[in-house]
Design a binder for this molecule. Sequence first.
Ligand code: IVH
Length: 696
Amino acid sequence: MTTDQQASIQGGLFGEEPLTAKPADEARISQIRDFIRLYDFQYYVQDAPTVSDNEYDGLFRELQALEAKHPNLVTPDSPTQRVGGSPVKAFSSITHRVAMLSLNNAFGDDELNAFDKRVREGLGINQVEYAVEPKFDGLAITLTYENGYFTQGATRGDGYTGEDVTHNLKTIRSIPQRLNIQNPPKLLEVRGEVLMFKSDFEFLNQQQITRGDKVFANPRNAAAGSLRQLDPNITATRPLSFFAYGLGASEGVPHLLTHSACMDYLESLRLPVCDLRAVVSGAGGLSGFFEKVGALRSALAYDIDGVVYKVNSLAYQNELGFVSRAPRWAIAHKFPAEEALTVVEGIDVQVGRTGAITPVARLKPVFVGGVTVTNATLHNEDEMRRKDVRIGDTVSIRRAGDVIPEVVSVMLNMRPSNALIFTMPSNCPVCGSHISRQEDEAVARCTGGISCKAQRKQAMIHFASRKAMDIEGFGDKLVDQLVDGDLANNLADIYRLDFNTLASLDRMAEKSAQNILDALIKSKKTTLARFIYALGIRNVGEATAKDLARYFGSVEAIQNADVDQLQQVPDVGPIVAESIVNFFAEQHNREVIASLVKPAEEGGSGIHWDAVIAQSGASGVLSGKTLVLTGSLPTLGREDAKALIEKAGGKVSGSVSKKTDFVVAGADAGSKLAKAQELNVNVIDETDLLRLLSEQ
Ligand code: IVH
């Protein structure tokens, strides 16, 4: 069909008008855009196209031609503008208006019942209504619509700040560029998951093979890789999809009472929501939904790894609040991890960052949980003996999410007569140092410390990893070459690498060498918490690093703290405290840290971060005070209010008692306000809180 025929069919009123008449062109442009938006919705969201590809393409080309003729009529939300943004050097970071938190997991009926019990008791009611939906196996993102227009989209990142991937999200056809509503809300943040349908994933991998490009292990990796492209033109060629599952910040949105009403609202705006969602009652309703979706799982067009239950009433959600970084009103009920049988072809040991010696089973490759697995951890010697894993055995292995695959059990009836028992080595296979195992520890360790290349390599890989210093491109292959070639022996050496050294490495083009140098420079601006985590102190994970940073405010303060002072930090017990003290007792570690944070002008690496106000002393204005938040806080939002209060030394509690210093009551405050009045606790509003915080 030609463009002109198309115009006369769908142009209707305008078909007869000469194309040069501008008002007619303008009207036609607007009309075609409406058609394309509708057809996109029907095709990508409803999976029910009403026009042929040819008709659609004809309309699209007509729109392109009209826009070429009238460049001043091109608007950012035109369907022609989805593709074609220019590549970016790096993603800029975006602070979420409302934090994007995670969900706690429940495995099995007991944990599910315990969740329902906690909710019932928390609310003081007998039966709870839940909104239930699949747990999509993709990437969490947030979409911002301002006055009805899609203006910004970001990844979840660490929950508080994410990466700006607006240009890439624009290429996803099921994400509307404009909300389908007459009077759009001033602000609407939509939370949801980007994923790749199974059939699209197969198709993409076929294409990748044909082109000689890398194939993706599973749809989730393909979706993640595609969304994090710096060039939106590449993302545009990747078949990504999206499901909305919640709201973030909003302004001017109708008063909604339940999560399911929020979903209906999003659906009415033509955002893709999953049609498997439902509302059920009580724990029985939850397990019924779990069974139903479990039975459907393999037939679904996309991967899911469980289902999510959310207390349906938003007022109840508000009342239950959050604990740590997850809501008390929701939980993810995960499907059991997938298992598969394979053969142990060998066993050897790996040396970890802290010298831990882990026996690893080398397996006949097997596809499980979305990837091909060739190694599985045996954890430690005792575990290996308990399961009695031998070389030659057929074993069942399990892989769940991003967790390292593990050997679950041995098929004893399939054991060959020549199956071989593995003996743990007494010396480190990498540096030859003695391996020692303390009586109360399950783990054996290489005693080589920093003289062990394996430990140095692992420490570097950890230091550069995404949640630590986030040095892009600094992977294990590079680290192998640096350490084996004596080009970098400690963490500070990494920042001394120059272009020529990098470019002389195997498989390192000049461009890649430059990219690494750029990434190294970029990584120097970090946060205290990331830096502490990056040091790789035994028993100090991401959360502990954050707590330490918040409490002490500087590396020196942590370095100089003794075991007792360290234990003042929430969640730091004697074992963690001792690991920290031992780490800083090493002269070598102190030297490397000093060199890393010394300014570049003085010959150091110049790693720096914004100052952190320590909460340990009585310095914060809310130091030692306990606050309870209730009702809505329109300016700050709950999460920000909580973060700011904590920064000022205060604590946020979920319930009002005599010990509460202030109740911050916003609009629609409920029972907590009444309780505060009853107990004579100070009640302040959001403005008072802001005033208090500004005294900091
Ligand atoms: S709600 C505050 N609903 O699970 C709760 N999350 O662990 C916000 N996810 O990062 C999350 N399907 O990527 C929610 N139906 C669903 C989901 C879902 C998948 C992911 C999401 C999030 C993670 C939370």
